[in-house]
Design a protein around this ligand. Sequence first.
Ligand code: AMP
Length: 209
Amino acid sequence: MGCRPGQAWNASPHQFSFGAPVKAMAATLTTAFSLFRFSRVLRAYAIPKPFSKLSIDVLRAPSYSLRPERCVCHITASVNEEASAKAAAASVDNGGPTIFDKIIAREIPSTIIYEDDKVLAFRDINPQAPVHVLLIPKFRDGLTQLGKAESRHAEILGHLLYAAKVVAEKEGIVDGFRVVINNGPEACQSVYHLHLHILGGRQMKWPPG
Ligand code: AMP
């Protein structure tokens, strides 16, 4: 008994009475393996790259339903903001144009809510609060980040703070809002054109993350 090379080991139904169940089991295993491979292919190619790690983690976590509050926690944990901020600092803090220059020039769309001759305020594309506005100087003048400020910038810096209060008033949050400036990679700055985050519309927590 046994299989010769090239012979299917359950080729003869007389030799193996359990041939049919084994075939059924083999078919089931083949189908399961195909589904497993297909799901891997799907994860590798069908999920957009920036979200692939996040999406895979969500798919892997057995106890995760897609309840929004759970996803938000997981998104926060999965997206590596520190690494992308360091990459941005290495490649962008060279004084070259940033995405905000395109917004100032109206080359890309944004929701502008306030502007004067010196500053521009528009809604953050990835809001962290019901109100999340970015306020920037229209003329950067070397202010890629607050840490690059010189005495000549005192006027625009003061004007930005006053404009932040005007924006808060316009947005109806003047009684409770937060102004944040992320400076450099350790603060997760990702755009190297000085900007104030104006956040409000919900209870803020302290200390910040
Ligand atoms: P920071 O990480 O402090 O440098 O903040 C940069 C902010 O710019 C982030 O909160 C982004 O969501 C925001 N942002 C990036 N691109 C755009 C855009 N095209 N329109 C509006 N906000 C943007």
